[in-house]
Design a binder for this molecule. Structure first.
Ligand code: CTP
Length: 213
């Protein structure tokens, strides 16, 4: 029996106060399509998802989280039982240093929020891989190949899927998109103008061909 595939998806939300948060434009579509496709191939699938409007694909075990720290905890708990991890979530790189439990009131002047860096979940997994396939994503506004290759190496990944932010700031919401895949052997493949559903199949084919699990 092949071990389950762990997929993360969606944005994280970093609370400022009970009403406000920091987040990003991720819709979660990519991760959900990958989870759906892995399930269709008969794999067990655990989907760890930040807040999205999407329904969990049938037969997929979804664990809903909100912040990067919650996502980290859930991923680390499920990691040991999985054969392959596909980190499609757009994890917020920062959180507010001090969250407050009551609404921050307007005081007629500006407001400075101090941010601290969130841990890099994927890099943490890369340090304890134990034979698992690790797939990361990279969303870039410039130097796509160089930045993606660097992430592949520093996070100890087997495969990276790099995506350039489109002209109008789109990428998250576009249904058709283009990506560059780079594997740990340095093989590169540009895939242009495909739906996220089509890309999910291509990414899974590649990830699972890298074997193990
Ligand atoms: N990632 C993660 N934990 C974080 C940030 C990112 O696990 N705190 C994962 C993402 O899910 C993605 C990969 O790392 O698979 C690359 O994310 P990206 O935001 O492109 O890169 P960063 O490592 O955050 O680097 P930078 O923001 O400087 O480009």
């Amino acid at each position: 029996m092949k071990r389950p595939v762990l997929v993360t998806a969606g944005p994280t939300r970093e609370k400022i106060d009970p009403i406000r948060f920091i987040s990003n434009y991720s819709t979660g579509t990519f991760g959900y399509e990958i989870a759906r496709e892995a399930k269709a191939r008969g794999r067990g699938v655990i989907l760890i998802s930040g807040p999205t409007c999407l329904e969990a694909p049938r037969g997929v075990r979804r664990i809903s989280v909100e912040s990067a720290l919650e996502m980290k905890q859930a991923v680390e708990k499920e990691f040991k039982n999985c054969g392959c991890v596909i980190m499609a979530a757009a994890v917020s790189d920062w959180r507010v240093k001090t969250q407050v439990s009551t609404k921050i009131k307007r005081r007629g002047k500006g407001k400075v929020l101090e941010l601290v860096e969130n841990p890099d979940i994927l890099a943490g997994l890369g340090r304890h891989k134990a034979g698992k396939i690790l797939v990361g994503f990279a969303l870039e506004t410039g130097d796509l190949e160089k930045n993606a290759a660097k992430k592949l190496k520093t996070k100890h990944l087997d495969l990276i899927v790099a995506n350039r932010l489109g002209k109008k700031g789109r990428a998250f919401s576009d249904n058709k998109t283009s990506v560059l895949m780079i594997d740990k052997f340095g093989n590169k493949r540009a895939i242009n103008n495909k739906t996220k559903k089509e890309l999910a199949k291509i990414i899974l084919d590649k990830a699972l061909s890298l074997n193990i699990g």
